[in-house]
Design a binder for this molecule. Structure first.
Ligand code: ADP
Ligand code: MG
Length: 241
C-alpha cells in the first residue's frame, strides 16, 4: 500500500542549526501517528515541511503521493492543519472565521457543519464573539473545528491537546481515535508521551532532529515499558553514545 506520508532523508537547517537531520519516515493510511520528542527535537519543523509552510533544505517529503515543496497549495487544499500555538484572526468572530474557512474549502453546508462543531465542543455561546475576546481554550476549539470541518483525508496537528481542560482532552482523544476508524489518517506531534501511548497506532521518536525509534504502543506494553520510560531510556542511551 502507498503510504499517505513518506519522507526520505528530509533535512532542514536554519542557518547553522540543524532542526531536522535526515528523517526517513512513512505513515500508512488509517494511522493515528504520533511524532514524539522533547522540546526542540524538530517536531514543528517536520509538520511545517509536511504542510508546505517551509521548504526543506534537502531530501523529499511526499504527502498523498505529491512532493509537498512542488505543490504546497494542492497539499494544503487536501489536508487539515492545526499549527502550533496558532490562533484565529483577532478581528473576526468565531462564526465569521468559519464562514471564511467554509468558502475556502467550498463547503455549501457550512452552516450545519459549524453548528455541529459548536455543539460538539460546547461553544455555541461564543459564535458571535470576536476571536480576540475568546479564551485560549475556545480559540483552540475553533482551530480544531477549522481543521476538521471539511473532514480531510489527512489532518496534521501540532500539539493537539495544549490549552484544553481534562474533559475536553478526553473528548478530543475520543474524536481522533474514531476519526481514523473510517480509513482517514491523523498525524500529531506531541511532547506528552501519554497521549501517544493512549491513542496512537504508531509513533516515531525524534531527538535533536534525528529519528531515534519508530514503533507501536503494543510493542512497548509487550516490553512492559511505558513510553516515558522508553523515551528516557532511548535519550539516555543517545547521551551516553
Ligand atoms: N525559525 C527558526 N529559526 C531558527 N531556528 C529555529 C527556527 N524554528 C525552529 N528552530 C530550531 O530548530 C530546532 C527544532 O525546533 P522545533 O521544530 O520547533 O522543535 P519542537 O517542535 O520539537 O519543539 C530547535 O533547535 C529550534 O530552536
Ligand atoms: Mg513544536
Amino acid at each position: 500500500m502507498t503510504p499517505i506520508i513518506q519522507t526520505t532523508d528530509l533535512k532542514k537547517l536554519y542557518g547553522d542549526v540543524t532542526a531536522v537531520d535526515g528523517i526517513t519516515l512513512s505513515v500508512e493510511k488509517g494511522a493515528l501517528f504520533g511524532l514524539l520528542g522533547p522540546n526542540g527535537s524538530g517536531k514543528t519543523t517536520m509538520i511545517k515541511m509536511l504542510t508546505g509552510q517551509i521548504r526543506q533544505t534537502s531530501g523529499s517529503a511526499l504527502v498523498l503521493s505529491r512532493e509537498v515543496s512542488s505543490d504546497p497549495i494542492w497539499v494544503r487544499q487536501q489536508v487539515g492543519i492545526i499549527p502550533e500555538q496558532e490562533t484565529p484572526p483577532s478581528f473576526l468572530t468565531a462564526m465569521e472565521y468559519l464562514n471564511l474557512v467554509g468558502s475556502l474549502r467550498k463547503l455549501p453546508d457550512l452552516r450545519s457543519r459549524a453548528d455541529w462543531w459548536f455543539d460538539f465542543l460546547d461553544f455555541a455561546d461564543k459564535k458571535n464573539v470576536l476571536c480576540k475576546d475568546l479564551s485560549r481554550g475556545t480559540r483552540q476549539k475553533l482551530m480544531f473545528t477549522q481543521a476538521f470541518i471539511h473532514q480531510p483525508e489527512l489532518a496534521l496537528i501540532d500539539e493537539p491537546l495544549i490549552n484544553f481542560d481534562p474533559i475536553m482532552q478526553r473528548k478530543i482523544k475520543d474524536y481522533l481515535a474514531e476519526y481514523v476508524r473510517s480509513g482517514r489518517t491523523i498525524f500529531i506531534s506531541t511532547h506528552i508521551l501519554s497521549i501517544a501511548e493512549e491513542i496512537c497506532s504508531g509513533f516515531a521518536i525524534l531527538h535533536k532532529g534525528r529519528l531515534l525509534h519508530t514503533g507501536t504502543p503494543q510493542e512497548l506494553s509487550r516490553e512492559e515499558m511505558n513510553l516515558d520510560e522508553f523515551f528516557l531510556h532511548l535519550v539516555g542511551r543517545e547521551k551516553d553514545a
